[in-house]
Ligand binder design. Structure first.
Ligand code: HEC
Length: 463
C-alpha cells in the first residue's frame, strides 16, 4: 500500500539512471541526512577549556548569537512593544533579523536632538552647490528649517540665525561675491553603486532667493508659502549632515572615526557597547575614553552583568569584519575570545566597595538612564561632572525630604538615597530604581551591600 504512490515515479527515475539501478525502490530507504547545512560560519567551535566561572556561565547561557539576542537584547532593550527598541525606535532590535542588520549599520540615525549625536556616528555629509556656479561642491554640516513665512526685508536688512526659512551651515565658505542671489541650490550625495564604483548623484534641488551670511558658510534660503511643500520634501529626503551635532567637528572626516552600531571584530568600537558603558574607548589611544552623549542604556532596567557583557563582547569580537552576512546561529567562540582572561573587568557595576571603583558605576549603570542627561529625574544627576563633583552632590539635602541628606557618612538611616533603595516606609515617592517594564524596584543584594558598606564603613569617602 504505502509504495503505491511513489513506486512508479521512482521506478522511472531508476530507469533513467541506467540499467544498474534497482528495479524496485522502497521510499523508506531514500537517503536523507538530517544534519542541516550551516550557512555563513562555524556552527561548532571548541568549547572553553578554562575554569573561570563567568566564562562558563556565559557559554552556558549564550552558546550562540541567537540566544544572545533572545535572552539579553530582548530583555534589556527591546522587550516591550512601544517602550524600547522596537519598530518605532532606531535601532530596531526586536527580531534576530533586525539585530543582525545592526552589524555595520550607522548609529545615531534618528537622534531626537542634535546634541545627543556622538561625533563618531557622524557620516560624510551630502554636498551642496549652486547649479549656476562652477565651484566645487561643499559638504553640508547641518541645516535648520525654521517654519513660518520669510519676511520681506527693507534695504540694509537681512535674515539672521532665527529668521524663518531654510538655513544651511557648510564646511567651507561659498566662493561667491554676491551677498544675495537667485539660484538653484543642488544637493549631491556620494555613494558606492552595485559595481563598487563611487558615484555622485544630485538628489534634490531648490530654486529660490539665497543669502550668503557671515563667514559665507551660512546660507539662508527664502521659503514662501508656495515653496513650503518643496522644502519639506527636501528635508524629508534625509539630507545627511556631516556635523549633525553642530559642534564644529565633522566626525567622518577624521580617518577611522566612524563607528557602526555593532562593529564586527571590534567590540570596543561598537556604539551599542558604548551606550551601555557611557563611554567609548579611543581606537587611536587605547585605555583613554570618550564620553558618549545621550542617556545611558538600558534606560531603566537591570544592566547586563558580567557574563552578559562577556557574551556580547565575545559575540562581536568573533564576527568576521570581511563578511557581508552573519549567522546568529553560529556558536560564540569563548575559547578564542580575548575577554575570557579577565571578564570581571567588563563589569558595569565595578568591583570592591569604593566610590569610584564600585558605587559610582552602580549608580551610573542602574540609575543614569533617569538620573542624568538633560532632564534628570527629581533633579538628581549621577552622570554629569567628575566623580568627586557627583559625590559632593550626594552630601547635600534630598529634594524630596530636605531635612535629610541624600548621603550622611556613617549613617544608613539618615541617608535618604539608601532609604530610597531599601524602600523604607519613611520615603516619599517610590522605591528606587523604578523599573517601568516589570515594576521590580530593587538592586541586586550584592550592589545594595556595596552601597551600604561605602556609606556605613567607608564614611562615603571619595577614594
Ligand atoms: C525609570 C526612572 C528611574 C530610575 C531608573 C531611577 N530613578 Fe530615582 N527617581 C525617579 C523619579 C521619577 C523620582 C521622583 C519620584 C519618586 O521619588 O518616586 C526619583 C527620585 C529619586 C530620589 C529622590 C531624590 C531627592 O533628592 O529626594 C533618589 C535618591 C533616587 N531617585 C535614587 C535613585 C537611584 C539610586 C537609582 C538607581 C539605583 C534610581 N533612582 C533609579 C526615576 C528613576
Amino acid at each position: 500500500m504505502k509504495r503505491s504512490l511513489f513506486a512508479p515515479a521512482l521506478a522511472a527515475l531508476a530507469l533513467a539512471c541506467g540499467p544498474s539501478g534497482p528495479d524496485t525502490v522502497d521510499p523508506g530507504t531514500i537517503p536523507f541526512d538530517p544534519k542541516r547545512p550551516t550557512p555563513g560560519g562555524a556552527a561548532e567551535v571548541a568549547p572553553y577549556s578554562g575554569t573561570n566561572a563567568d566564562v562558563l556561565t556565559a557559554q552556558q547561557t549564550y552558546p550562540t548569537g541567537l540566544e544572545l539576542h533572545r535572552k539579553l537584547v530582548m530583555r534589556t532593550c527591546s522587550g516591550t512593544n512601544g517602550v524600547c527598541h522596537n519598530q518605532k525606535e532606531y535601532p530596531d532590535l526586536h527580531t534576530p533579523g533586525t539585530f543582525t542588520a545592526s552589524i555595520g549599520a550607522p548609529c545615531n540615525v534618528q537622534s531626537g536632538n542634535a546634541e545627543g549625536v556622538f561625533d563618531r556616528c557622524e557620516r560624510l555629509g551630502d554636498r551642496f552647490r549652486f547649479a549656476e556656479q562652477s565651484f566645487r561642491e561643499i559638504e553640508i554640516g547641518y541645516f535648520k528649517l525654521i517654519l513660518g513665512e520669510t519676511p520681506e526685508f527693507g534695504t540694509g536688512q537681512g535674515p539672521d540665525d532665527e529668521t524663518p526659512g531654510l538655513h544651511l551651515y557648510l564646511h567651507d565658505a561659498v566662493p561667491v561675491t554676491q551677498a544675495r542671489l537667485n539660484a538653484t541650490g543642488t544637493f549631491i550625495r556620494t555613494f558606492v553603486n552595485e559595481q563598487g564604483n563611487v558615484q555622485t548623484l544630485p538628489f534634490a534641488s531648490y530654486e529660490t532667493n539665497w543669502w550668503v551670511l557671515g563667514d559665507k558658510k551660512h546660507l539662508f534660503a527664502r521659503v514662501s508659502d508656495n515653496q513650503r511643500d518643496t522644502v519639506e520634501g527636501l528635508v524629508a529626503s534625509g539630507i545627511v549632515q556631516g556635523d549633525q551635532n553642530r559642534n564644529g567637528v565633522y566626525g567622518a572626516r577624521i580617518l577611522g572615526n566612524t563607528v557602526p552600531l555593532i562593529n564586527p571584530g571590534k567590540p570596543e568600537q561598537s556604539y551599542l557597547v558604548a551606550r551601555l558603558r557611557g563611554y567609548m574607548e579611543r581606537e587611536t589611544a587605547p585605555g583613554t575614553r570618550e564620553t558618549v552623549p545621550g542617556t545611558r542604556m538600558p534606560l531603566a532596567n537591570q544592566p547586563p552583568n558580567v557574563p552578559d557583557m562577556l557574551a556580547l563582547m565575545c559575540f562581536i569580537e568573533g564576527l568576521d569584519p570581511a563578511a557581508t552576512q552573519w549567522n546568529l546561529g553560529s556558536a560564540i567562540d569563548y575559547n578564542k575570545c580575548s575577554y575570557k582572561e579577565n571578564p570581571s573587568a567588563l563589569s558595569l557595576a565595578g568591583t570592591g566597595d569604593s566610590w569610584t571603583g564600585r558605587v559610582l558605576p552602580i549608580l551610573q549603570s542602574n540609575c543614569g538612564g533617569c538620573h542624568g542627561g538633560t532632564n534628570p529625574q527629581a533633579g538628581l544627576d549621577f552622570l554629569t561632572g567628575t566623580a568627586e563633583e557627583i559625590r559632593q552632590r550626594l552630601l547635600k539635602p534630598s529634594s524630596q525630604k530636605p531635612t535629610v541628606q541624600l548621603v550622611l557618612p556613617g549613617s544608613l538611616d539618615k541617608s535618604y538615597l539608601f532609604l530610597k533603595l531599601t524602600g523604607d516606609s519613611s520615603i516619599s515617592g517610590v522605591r528606587m530604581p523604578i523599573n517601568p517594564l516589570n515594576g521590580n524596584a530593587a538592586l541586586p543584594d550584592a550592589e545594595l551591600k556595596s552601597i551600604e558598606n561605602w556609606i556605613f564603613l567607608a564614611g562615603a569617602s571619595g577614594t
